[in-house]
Design a protein around this ligand. Structure first.
Ligand code: ADQ
Length: 517
């Protein structure tokens, strides 16, 4: 790690949208930025005769959107909404955010067959379980792989069509596009290609079961810079490349040289944009209103879970921990409720349908077991909430439970902390999240250990306010300083450095060629 970067990490100055904007101007002067992700930041859906705008429940979108607003540029993504075609211009472009445009969204259309193979199949039945240790077997089908290759190529063609220069800064997002960096590199050799892998990277043995492991790694080595959430994921990636490809790896410098190309591999812990202070309501008031809305007594203890409905998030284990708490502390029956808000996700896949059945049944069983006249033990809402509603939930809860079995980072943990301007509330956090590497003052648990989860819940609901405040204050400081602008800023600073290096070496090459003539 270079000295400049180390210093920045040790003494983070306030990273803001403004600072990111001026960094782009100073370090990557005038250069164009293209972002590519599967999920689009704004979805238009037909609802009867009208068109409604929806924001997806996606950690990636939560993080990348504020960065894009700061950078302008073009965001290329799959147009997945039923009214998406009706809202673009003749170039499939749309200026967003719709109310106050700051950048361009370019939508890419996929057929049902392409979406089934590339997105549901290879990405979500193959790579997602391959990279997460949640004991769900990956499924690899040749037909899915063929669609994955074809769709990656399609996006590469769109990137090349959208690029106005031969050396744009291209930010590729996530596991849907492992092949894209190499495909772009072939057509735009001078581009600075940065990729962020939003999910964990497994160890070489686990990754090795993928029939197309070499192709995926070669695709990823088309990147100038490849980012993961934690140093551990970076190490797993270097070890995987070492195991399966002929390359030169410099562990000290964290670089890989492959076929003349150099890829830098670095950790960049992702985060959120720190919210503006809420001047409209105080937390005490919000708590009262929310309990009234949920039909709960005023002094009722409220625990909260917010996730996409995904088997990696440990929702079943969370319910089991609550069950165990009430088994061991029957005096708490009717005094605590868990509100679980789960956004429907990938619901056409069997694994996700089975999870929904399991989660619904367990909630019902637990509610029957602890039936009382005061309140249900679990309130399960399988629905999408907007940002304002979620903030209201975070501010009104006593405890937030993040019990992922494996998670690259987990932004819900950070959103909960950011919402608590009263400096109260307790975060229970799985040790298997990237967030646990940063948020040491949370109650860290192993979600597989149900008794430990129950004990943490007990400790959370009986924690004195003084201790809550100490913990929350420290975590708020961390999330405020290490926000999403810092995440993007550090990546872009590193990219700018690599870009300068590449330009210098191109100049030297051309001088030495001229000298030879
Ligand atoms: P996700 O797996 O989607 O992200 P996470 O980081 O927790 O997980 O982000 C979820 C986002 O969706 C949050 O912004 C949350 O507010 C929102 N959300 C959750 N439930 C919702 C609901 N019911 N209604 C509306 N919104 C909801 C992936 C990786 C993570 C990584 C992120 C970012 O799996 O490990 O942190 O990308 O890199």
């Amino acid at each position: 790690m270079n000295r400049e970067r180390k210093a920045q990490q040790q003494s983070p100055q306030a990273w803001t949208a403004e600072k990111l904007r001026s960094l782009l101007h100073d370090e990557l002067a005038g250069d164009e930025v293209l972002v590519i992700s599967n999920r689009e930041p704004y979805i238009h859906e037909q609802s009867g005769d009208s068109i409604v705008l929806r924001r997806p429940a996606s950690g990636l979108v939560t993080a990348v959107e504020p960065v894009m607003r700061a950078c302008s540029g073009t965001w290329i993504a799959h147009g997945s909404g039923s009214a998406d075609r009706a809202t673009v211009d003749s170039h499939d472009h749309l200026q967003v955010p719709p109310k106050r445009p700051e950048y361009t969204l370019r939508r890419v259309w996929l057929s049902e067959e392409e979406e089934a193979g590339y997105y549901y199949g290879f990405s979500n039945e193959g790579l997602w379980p391959l990279c997460h240790m949640a004991h769900v077997r990956p499924v690899f089908r040749t037909s899915d792989w063929e669609q994955y290759v074809a769709v990656n190529q399609r996006f590469a063609d769109v990137v090349i069509a959208e690029a106005r220069t031969d050396d744009p800064v291209v930010l590729v997002q996530d596991y849907h596009f492992a092949l894209l960096p190499r495909m772009i590199r072939e057509k735009l050799p001078k581009a600075t290609i940065i990729m962020f892998w939003h999910i964990p990277w497994p160890n070489p043995e686990s990754f090795g079961i993928c029939p197309w492991r070499e192709e995926l790694l070669q695709g990823l080595l088309g990147n100038t810079l490849l980012g993961f959430h934690t140093p551990f994921h970076c190490k797993n990636f270097l070890d995987t490349v070492d195991r399966y490809l002929e390359t030169r790896i410099e562990y000290e410098a964290s670089t890989i040289t492959h076929g003349g190309d150099l890829t830098q591999v670095e950790p960049y812990p992702i985060s959120i944009a720190w919210p503006e202070p809420d001047t409209t309501s105080d937390v005490i008031q919000a708590k009262k209103i929310f309990r009234h809305e949920l039909n709960l007594p005023e002094a009722h203890c409220l625990a909260l879970g917010v996730d996409r409905l995904d088997y990696t998030k440990g929702i079943v284990e969370r319910f089991q921990a609550l069950d165990r708490l009430l088994e061991t502390h029957p005096d708490l029956v009717g005094k605590i409720t868990l509100l679980q808000i789960a956004a429907p996700s990938r619901s056409s896949l069997d694994e996700y349908q089975n999870l929904e059945v399991r989660v619904r049944k367990l909630a019902l069983d637990i509610n029957q077991r602890y039936e009382n006249t005061v309140a249900p033990t679990i309130i399960l809402r399988i629905e999408h909430y907007d940002g304002e509603q979620l903030t209201h939930c975070y501010r009104s809860s006593d405890v937030c439970l993040v019990t992922s079995l494996h998670d690259g980072m987990n932004l819900v943990a950070k959103e909960f902390i950011a919402a608590r301007d009263d400096e109260l509330g307790v975060l229970i956090l799985s040790q298997f999240t990237g967030a646990a590497r940063e948020l040491h003052e949370a109650l860290i648990i192993n979600p597989y250990h149900i008794e430990q989860g129950a004990q943490a819940l007990y400790r959370a609901i009986t924690m004195p306010e003084l201790e809550q405040r100490e913990r929350m204050r420290s975590m708020r400081q961390r999330v405020r300083d290490f926000n999403v602008y810092r995440w993007a800023g550090l990546m872009l600073l590193d990219a700018a450095r690599l870009r300068r290096r590449q330009r210098v070496s191109e100049k030297i090459d051309s001088h030495s060629h001229q000298g030879l003539r």
